[in-house]
Design a protein around this ligand. Structure first.
Ligand SMILES: [Ca+2]
Ligand SMILES: [Ca+2]
Length: 327
């Protein structure tokens, strides 16, 4: 019997046929791999586009939020000569739901804090005494007050216990004193004798503002109020805060006249009942992206306060709910 032959010719011999099968399998595997790669690239591209869209929207929202806060402050300043914690600007903005996210924010008074740049002035200054008391009461860098003053003052004259260029030049990593007002309290961590724990202990009560900016006694926290008095008792300071909550001080004279027994002002220099510098913090979430802005907001235009940051980052795994504390 004659074997049946294929119309295309004889079937390949064993090894050749095996090679053809392997080649076909290889082509199929390559096609599958290419398809998977294309799909994966498309998914990655889609994710990147969506994330970028969320990031842009979140950043636009926080910028709008900061501008909104500045408008609130401007409108408030036009009609009220006194700033206190009972006003609308002082209430934190609760989370407001938006399509695909939310926005929240808060305004705080920068002049509720002691101004470190006041240290660049004379050694017997009342404002310096307040900072010294705050440092002593709150675990601040009490032995580095002169070094901070030298860091800020424009001259190269070393104060007792201070440090100017020569001292910084002798360090393992040589440097120079700034010889200028600081724009952020955190800069003081570069000052000789200032440890991070001691600075962290007092930084919530300090601000870096133009020299001469007064402290608002209507918004200052108890820790800052306590630094205004010699030997202030905590119960007397608490009574002062309670009286202020009942009725804000209308003037520095009103503040002085309503001091509880046991509180003696060391001086009335650079005190006020109005604020012209604020911190605005806004957080906006869009999808998995969150943007935060913290801005120094001078009430009067053209007075710069260089603490303005904008950051966007992808969140994992869930939106942060932390409150905005200005440090
Ligand atoms: Ca000096
Ligand atoms: Ca100096």
């Amino acid at each position: 019997m004659t074997p049946r032959r294929s119309a295309r010719g004889p079937a390949p011999a064993g090894p050749a046929r095996g090679a053809a099968v392997i080649l076909a399998m290889l082509l199929a595997a390559l096609a599958a791999a290419i398809a998977v790669t294309l799909f994966s690239d498309q998914q990655r591209w889609t994710r990147a586009v969506l994330q970028r869209r969320d990031q842009v929207q979140a950043q636009a929202l926080v910028i709008a939020g900061v501008q909104w806060a500045q408008q609130i402050l401007h409108a408030d300043g036009r009609v009220k000569p006194v700033d206190h914690l009972g006003e609308a600007w002082a209430a934190a903005l609760p989370p407001i739901p938006l399509e695909n996210g939310e926005i929240r924010g808060a305004i705080s008074d920068a002049t509720a804090r002691l101004n470190v740049n006041a240290l660049g002035g004379a050694a017997d200054d009342v404002e310096r005494e307040r900072i010294e008391r705050l440092f002593a009461q709150r675990g601040g860098p009490v032995n580095a007050v002169d070094a901070i003053a030298d860091w800020i003052d424009a001259d190269a004259v070393v104060r007792p216990g201070g440090a100017e260029d020569a001292a910084y030049g002798e360090q393992p990593v040589p440097g120079l004193a700034a010889n200028a007002p600081v724009v952020r309290v955190a800069e003081l961590s570069a000052v000789l004798g200032v440890s991070l724990p001691s600075l962290t202990a007092v930084s919530p009560f300090l601000a870096a503002l133009p020299a001469g900016t007064p402290l608002n006694v209507n918004t200052a926290p108890p820790e800052v109020l306590a630094a205004l008095f010699k030997d202030a008792r905590s119960d007397a300071v608490a009574a002062l805060v309670a009286a202020r909550a009942q009725r804000a001080f209308s003037s520095v004279a009103d503040f002085r006249s309503r001091l509880p027994a046991g509180l003696t002002l060391s001086g009335e220099t650079s005190l006020a009942v109005r604020s012209d510098f604020f911190y605005v913090s806004v957080e906006a979430r869009q999808g998995t992206t969150i943007a935060r802005a913290r801005a120094g907001a001078p009430r009067r235009p053209r007075q710069g306060l260089a603490d303005d940051r904008l950051a966007g980052r992808r969140m994992t795994p869930a939106p942060t709910r932390a409150e905005h504390q200005v440090n």
